[in-house]
Ligand binder design. Structure first.
Ligand code: F6P
Length: 324
């Protein structure tokens, strides 16, 4: 293999730049030509492809976002879109790909290999931490710390005004950001899609806290229909808590996707970027590089998407105990 390309796809995540840097510098080190593709599969279809050098990735290890930009391409999910993408890669003589992204990215890469035989090795780039085959995804640690900083700030004002706050965090269908930021932020309750909490239990916990002179409470809720929509949960609880307590809802939103990556994310991203590149050079395909128990491992794309990554019951139990 002489020529490879790297791209970022799906929702961006802090640490993606450190990962791109590792792929590019690793390729240069190993004597490969390396190309960047802008805006993920959309750029592949449109031929937005350019050669990268060691210098192209100077001074980016500390930057959030992705210098290659990112997109979710509907066109690549069609056979016509993939045909255009394959034509462009052929034009540039690209023989292998490193894809930094999440499950949508890996689904696309699998279809692409089946049809055109172009191998892809993935690096898990998503704040959601929802991929089997790695303990943590790139960007997750930074997102948790961003959410935590917000929770700490909200606790100050919650306490001053004797209020209950419902804080909605991101994660798509996964409760990882919620559970980690909730524990670190001392939340009274954490609601995750993996283990559904009845409203009655939330009401009981909040009432119990109130009866023990708790003047404020924080409930962290993972976004989406499963755990519940924070505004709807707050309304249901408002109707059931007597005497009436002042409640507010805060949705943290996209601040969780930005910002300077933590040291942990930069190191993980560097390791996974180089791991993905070297895997590709060694003939791996349709697999994601991950770190499990501090070991670099490769997991088939279909397993990273299909297999569950459950939240530890211990952590959920701990939230209950520690909010006593
Ligand atoms: O997958 C990352 C993520 O931030 C999810 O947590 C969230 O549900 C989704 O992307 C938001 O997507 P968009 O940026 O397209 O609104």
């Amino acid at each position: 293999m002489k020529r490879i390309a790297v791209f970022t796809s799906g929702g961006d995540a802090p640490g993606m730049n450190a990962c791109i840097r590792a792929v590019v510098r690793g390729a240069v080190y190993h004597g490969l030509e390396v190309f960047g593709i802008r805006r993920g599969y959309s750029g592949m279809i449109n031929g937005d492809i350019f050669q990268m050098t060691s210098h192209s990735v100077s001074n980016i290890v500390q930057r959030g976002g992705t210098i290659l930009k990112s997109a979710r391409s509907k066109e690549f999910m069609t056979p016509e879109g993939r045909a255009k993408a394959a034509e462009q890669l052929q034009k540039f003589g690209i023989e292998g790909l490193v894809a930094i992204g999440g499950n949508g990215t890996f689904t696309g890469a699998t279809l692409f290999y089946d049809e055109y035989g172009i191998p892809t090795v993935g690096a898990p780039g998503t704040i959601d931490n929802d991929l089997y085959g790695t303990d943590h995804t790139i960007g997750f640690d930074t997102a948790v710390n961003t959410a935590l900083e917000a929770i700490d700030k909200i606790r100050d004002t919650a306490d001053s005004h004797d209020r209950i706050f419902f804080i909605e965090v991101m994660g798509r269908d996964s409760g990882y950001i919620a559970i980690q930021s909730g524990i670190a932020g001392g939340a009274e309750m954490v609601m995750v899609p993996e283990v559904l909490t009845p409203i009655s239990e939330v009401v009981e916990t909040l009432k119990a806290g109130w009866s023990r002179q708790k003047s404020s409470s924080i409930v962290v809720i993972a976004e989406g229909e499963e755990a519940g929509i924070a505004t709807e949960i707050a309304e249901k609880i408002r109707a059931q808590v007597e005497p009436k307590v002042d409640m507010r809802v805060t949705t943290l939103g996209h601040i969780q996707r930005g910002g300077i990556p933590t040291a942990y994310d930069r190191i993980l991203a560097s390791r996974l970027g180089l791991g993905a590149l070297e895997g590709l050079m060694n003939g791996e395909k349709n697999v994601m590089a991950g770190v499990v128990n501090n070991e670099l491992v490769y997991t088939p794309f279909r397993d990273t998407i299909r297999l569950p990554k459950p939240i530890s019951e211990d952590l959920l139990r701990m939230v209950k105990i520690l909010s006593v």
